[in-house]
Design a protein around this ligand. Sequence first.
Ligand SMILES: C[S@@+](CC[C@H](N)C(=O)[O-])C[C@H]1O[C@@H](n2cnc3c(N)ncnc32)[C@H](O)[C@@H]1O
Length: 256
Amino acid sequence: MMATPTHPIHFVGAGPGDPELITVRGQRLLAEADLVVYAGSLVPRALVDGLAAAVHDSAGLHLGEIIELMAAAWQQGQRVVRLHTGDPSIYGAIKEQMAALDSRKIPYQVVPGVSSATATAAALQAELTLPEVSQTVIITRRAGRTPVPEGQDLVSLAGHQATMLILLSVGMIGEVVADLQSGGYPAETPVAVVEKVSWPEQRILRGTLSSIAAQVEEAGINKTAIIAVGRVFAELPPAALSRLYDKEFSHGCRQA
Ligand SMILES: C[S@@+](CC[C@H](N)C(=O)[O-])C[C@H]1O[C@@H](n2cnc3c(N)ncnc32)[C@H](O)[C@@H]1O
């Protein structure tokens, strides 16, 4: 009888699209894997092409089938990677997979990835947390087929006037804009929409809350995009400097 395997199944963040944006650990685990189950709707084929592993696209599978596939391989002592887009912790539906593995007493580990949210900031050459502008980042979505809990609707969240990165919602751009405006964002608030960030076909639209819906419609963008909202996305020098590099400011690593 085969001994119960002890090595974990790895949930790995693939990054936002560019195959170079996976972590070194994630890349090593892919190279060592016997089975890779990847989210084919957003993970680029380039990351799984040429691997020694058997490769399955999870796009057409339901939860039970995904778990069965991974559990059967793991039981045979195979090294299994579940490859998720961006960072697995953000809209990755990993909790239900982890719970199913828990119930089978199969160990697992998570390897983080570059989220499309932070890749969007990079593409926009933006800092999400500017002194005296925003010290808070909200990653959220508009309610669609998946509802959002009470108090987390865009109208309520807009009241914070924080930096917002809105996923899974570009197909409702008109409603997003209406919610943000009724929550208190002024019409001239900078907004960018980044489609397929880090892919060769990446597109960036920059505008304001009053212009962005028409820009998105004209560009025909209706999925795989992030709506970035807030004054940190203004293409102007910051109003206040960070204290970290202020020559008058002492901290643990430097005396003024
Ligand atoms: C199911 S969520 C997965 C998010 C992913 N876990 C992450 O950290 O990027 C899918 C949504 O993420 C955003 N997204 C994922 N990849 C993207 C990309 N390359 N460019 C722009 N948005 C992306 C879109 O809003 C898309 O609707």
